[in-house]
Design a protein around this ligand. Structure first.
Ligand code: SF4
Ligand code: SF4
Length: 431
C-alpha cells in the first residue's frame, strides 16, 4: 500500500485505518436504509467507506459529494451489526463529519437548523424550556394550525413531527433522590435528557418508579445536562466532549453503581465517552446501562396487573446496533401478564428519525419511515413500543399519518402500567 500523503491529518489517518477493515463483501448493503431507498452504491456503507478512504489517500478531494454522502447517512450503524469484519462505521462517520465541518462544506437551511439546535438550544436547559413553553401556548391556542398555510412548504411538512407538548406537571424533573422500595438492591444514577425532559417527562417519571419499585435508589443529579449525542453525530466532537465532561462530573458526585438511561441515542453516546475523553470517559462509559438492559440483568420483580394487548417492539438503532441490546426489552415485556409480543417484518430497520435527520433530510426520512410503517401496519398491533424519544416521535407521526389505532409508548411505560394501574397507591415518596 502507498503511504498516505504527508499532509494527511490525524483524523484522516484514523479514518484510513478504520477503512482498511472493510473487505468489500457487501453484506451490509441490504441493511442500509439509504441503500435500500436509492439502490446506489455510493449511498451504501461500502460506497461511503470507499469514498472516505479515497479522500484519506489523497486520490479525490474532500468535496460536496463526500459531504452530502456523510450527511445522507442516518448514522444508524446497522452496517456495523451486519459486518463480519468488525468495521466501526460510526467512528469513521463521526471523524468524517468533523472534517466536513472543519472544511466548512455545508451551508443552507439544514445546517442553520442544526447549528441553532446544537449550540443555542440543547445545552441550555432554561432556553429549551422557554422554547417548549412557547410551543405549548401556540399548540393550546391552535395557532400552529392557523399559521400553517402561511409557512413555507418545508416547514409545513415538518408540522406532523412536532409532538404535543405535555402539561407542565409532566415536565417536572424527577426528585433528586427517590429511595428504592422494599429490599434495597443498589443505587443508580438516572439521566433525564434534554429534549426527553421536556417532551417525555412522563417516561422519565415511569422509569424512576419502575427502578424504585425494583429496589433501587435513584439519584438524579441536578448538574447533569445534554448527553452530546447530536453534537457527535453532527461532527461537533469538541461540543460532545464538553457535554460529556459535565455529565462525568455530575454522576461522579452521585456515587452510583450504574448510570441508567432510557433513551437509546443518549445511552449509545455516553457509552462512547471513552473515545472522546480517554481515562475519565472510559470509567464513566463502563457504568452506563440502558434501563431495559439493567433491569433484565438485575432480574425484574414480577409485574402483576395484566395488559391484554398485542405489542410490536421496535428496536431503536442506537440500542440494537449502537449498544447491541436486543433481547432485554423483549424479555421485560414478556413478563407482563396478558401482553403478547407480536413480531413484525422490519424491527431492526431505521425509522428515519436519526436525531434531527427528519428535520435536515425530510424526504429521505419520510421514505425510510414509510417502509417501517408498512411493516408495522401489516402486523396491526394494539401497541408499538420503542425505547428512544426520537423514534417515539417519528413512529408516532407515522401512526397518525396512516390513521393506525396503535398507541406508541416506551417499554418502561408498560411495566409502569402493570406495576401501578390507575387507583393503586404508590409507596411513600413515589411521586
Ligand atoms: S450508518 Fe446506517 S445509513 Fe449509514 S451507511 Fe451504515 S447502515 Fe447506511
Ligand atoms: S459488511 Fe463490512 S466488510 Fe463487508 S462491505 Fe460492509 S463494511 Fe465492508
Amino acid at each position: 500500500m502507498e503511504p498516505l500523503p504527508p499532509e494527511t491529518g490525524e483524523r484522516w489517518r484514523e479514518i484510513h485505518a478504520l477503512s482498511l477493515d472493510c473487505v468489500h463483501c457487501g453484506l451490509c448493503l441490504p441493511t442500509c436504509p439509504t441503500y435500500r431507498e436509492t439502490g446506489s452504491e455510493i449511498s451504501s456503507p461500502r460506497g461511503r467507506i470507499y469514498l472516505l478512504r479515497s479522500v484519506a489517500e489523497g486520490r479525490i478531494p474532500l468535496s460536496e459529494v463526500v459531504s452530502d454522502e456523510a450527511y445522507l447517512c442516518l448514522g444508524c450503524r446497522a452496517c456495523e451489526t451486519a459486518c463480519p469484519s468488525g468495521v466501526r462505521f460510526g467512528s469513521m462517520l463521526e471523524h468524517a463529519r468533523a472534517e466536513v465541518e472543519t472544511a466548512n462544506l455545508r451551508a443552507g437551511t439544514a445546517k442553520r437548523i442544526e447549528r441553532f439546535a446544537l449550540r443555542s438550544l440543547l445545552p441550555h436547559r432554561r432556553r429549551l424550556r422557554f422554547v417548549v413553553s412557547v410551543l405549548a401556548v401556540v399548540q393550546r391556542l391552535r395557532l400552529d394550525r392557523m399559521l400553517l398555510p402561511l409557512l413555507p412548504r418545508r416547514l409545513r411538512e415538518l408540522h406532523p413531527l412536532l409532538p404535543k407538548v405535555p402539561p407542565r406537571r409532566d415536565r417536572r424533573r424527577p426528585r433528586k433522590l427517590v429511595r428504592g422500595w422494599g429490599d434495597r438492591r443498589g443505587r443508580v444514577g438516572f439521566l433525564v435528557g434534554c429534549i426527553a425532559s421536556e417532551l417525555f417527562g412522563h417516561v422519565n417519571a415511569a422509569t424512576v418508579r419502575v427502578l424504585a419499585c425494583n429496589g433501587f435508589d435513584v439519584v438524579v443529579p441536578r448538574s447533569q445536562g445534554c448527553c452530546g449525542a447530536l453534537h457527535a453525530h453532527a461532527g461537533d466532537l469538541r461540543g460532545a466532549s464538553e457535554l460529556a465532561r459535565r455529565n462525568i462530573a455530575a454522576f461522579a458526585e452521585a456515587e452510583v453503581d450504574a448510570i441508567v438511561v432510557n433513551s437509546a441515542g443518549c445511552g449509545a453516546a455516553m457509552r462512547d465517552a471513552g473515545r472522546w475523553l480517554p481515562g475519565e470517559g472510559e470509567a464513566f462509559a463502563a457504568k452506563v446501562r440502558d434501563v431495559a438492559e439493567f433491569l433484565d440483568a438485575a432480574g425484574l420483580r414480577p409485574p402483576d396487573t395484566p395488559i391484554d394487548a398485542r405489542v410490536c417492539y421496535d428496536d431503536p438503532c442506537h440500542l440494537v446496533h449502537g449498544q447491541r441490546v436486543a433481547e432485554a426489552p423483549r424479555n421485560l415485556l414478556r413478563q407482563i401478564p396478558g401482553l403478547k409480543l407480536q413480531p413484525h417484518d422490519d424491527p431492526e430497520g431505521c425509522c428515519g428519525a436519526a436525531g434531527i435527520y427528519n428535520l435536515t433530510h425530510p424526504e429521505m426520512s419520510r421514505a425510510v419511515l414509510e417502509r417501517k410503517m408498512r411493516s408495522l401496519a401489516a402486523a396491526d398491533p394494539d401497541i408499538i413500543a420503542t425505547g428512544n424519544p426520537g423514534c417515539l416521535m417519528q413512529i408516532g407521526a407515522g401512526v397518525a399519518r396512516l390513521g393506525l389505532r396503535a398507541r406508541v409508548v416506551h417499554p418502561i411505560e408498560l411495566l409502569d402500567e402493570s406495576y401501578f394501574p390507575p387507583g393503586r397507591p404508590l409507596p411513600a415518596g413515589g411521586r
